[in-house]
Design a protein around this ligand. Structure first.
Ligand SMILES: NC(=O)c1ccc[n+]([C@@H]2O[C@H](COP(=O)([O-])OP(=O)(O)OC[C@H]3O[C@@H](n4cnc5c(N)ncnc54)[C@H](OP(=O)(O)O)[C@@H]3O)[C@@H](O)[C@H]2O)c1
Length: 326
């Protein structure tokens, strides 16, 4: 074989691999919703329940709405009882045939149990995962959505060395420790109710955006956790539990963005539906909304020096806008 033929073969293989990748990325968004596989009644006749964290606003609230439409009762988690009560009564009006509960826990306060001195016990006010587990014990829980999260605010964009310890620790607590421990304590419950779904909401910023260190890195943690849980379930021959990571790009009708939706910025309702439509197909980590997937593909296909420039410029523009508005 001539060297030119070898190069041509390598090129053809590379093009074929790219074509397969592109085709499978498109298929993800064409498959019909299979969420109904988790909307089953228990053997003793109890209806399916979903727990949505961060359900008082934005995408979480829209997820709760869509889940109710699709036959689930919903536990609405948040940190603000008054805000959750409003969400609950609006959802109850829209879905009179469904049941709703609220669950209060400030996800930014996961306690460092290793920091307790000998003889000290966690304070009675600290977040207790065992209490959360017990509060859900009577439900036929088939869906857990780890949605609560986001980046630090005031300001949003800040270098790591300018960030305070509490800013970083609180942010990692919401985005990493809370979902990690919630999955830990609820896995046996979900296994009992299987087939069951764990959905982890991440961000396209998990690629690693500057001035968003704790947010970017913690969202990437969540996606690695998603992969690990799927592999552990397979390795240990556990019950039928799907763990699905959803990458999200810009979304509007959320607490910090009320602009009109646009091509690359869907409303929270559209995003929630897109995320739920990805369930039930055995994907592990996907970009939930098709236009975000286009953006993601653009970044992935670019040479990394170019992708880095795009990310740096995007953050620079936003940082400048943030400085101006403050
Ligand atoms: N919107 C976007 O453009 C975008 C882009 C990429 C990824 N995402 C991801 O999508 C998810 C939802 O974001 P969103 O834009 O819908 O946010 P959002 O409108 O601000 O809603 C966030 C929800 O999480 C709750 N929450 C926040 N901190 C909490 C805490 N410490 N303890 C308990 N609950 C807490 C909020 O409760 P309160 O109502 O009490 O604040 C609210 O219910 C997040 O994981 C975010 O990272 C969003």
């Amino acid at each position: 074989m001539h060297s030119s033929e070898i190069f041509a073969s390598i090129g053809a293989i590379a093009v074929a691999a790219l074509a397969i990748k592109a085709a499978s990325a498109i298929v993800v968004h064409l498959l019909p919703s299979n969420l109904q596989r988790y909307a089953h009644v228990s053997a003793d006749g109890r209806p399916p329940w979903a727990l949505v964290t961060g359900a008082s606003d934005g995408i979480g609230r829209a997820l709760a709405d869509e889940l109710s439409l699709q036959g689930f009762n919903v536990v609405l988690h948040g940190r603000n009882q008054a805000k959750l009560d409003v969400a609950k009564s609006e959802l109850q009006k829209r879905h009179p045939g469904r049941a709703f509960r609220t669950l209060i826990a400030d996800a930014s306060t996961v306690q460092c149990v290793n920091c307790l001195q000998a003889g000290e016990t966690p304070s009675q006010h600290s977040l207790s995962f065992d209490a959360i587990k017990d509060a859900l014990q009577d439900l036929h829980l088939t869906v857990l959505i780890n949605n609560a999260g986001g980046g630090p605010t005031n300001p949003v964009y800040l270098s790591l060395d300018d960030s305070s310890e509490s800013r970083i620790t609180g942010n990692v607590s919401v985005n990493v420790l809370f979902p990690l421990h919630l999955i830990r304590v609820l896995l046996p419950h979900l296994a009992q109710s299987s087939p069951a779904l764990i959905m982890n909401i991440s961000s396209m910023a998990d690629a690693g955006f500057p001035l968003l260190a704790s947010y970017s890195a913690s969202k990437q943690f969540l996606m690695t956790l998603t992969r690990v849980i799927n592999l552990e379930i397979a390795l240990l021959g556990r019950a039928d539990i799907e763990c699905l990571g959803i990458r999200v790009g810009n979304v509007t009708s959320v607490s910090h963005n009320k602009e009109a939706p646009s091509f690359f910025t869907p409303s929270a309702d559209i995003m929630a539906r897109a995320a739920l439509d990805r369930a039930g197909h055995g994907h592990v980590v996907v970009t939930g909304y098709w236009a975000h997937a286009l953006q993601q593909a653009g970044l992935t296909l670019m040479p990394s020096f170019m992708a880095n420039k795009v990310m740096i410029n995007a953050v620079r523009v936003r940082k400048e806008a943030e400085l101006k508005s403050s």
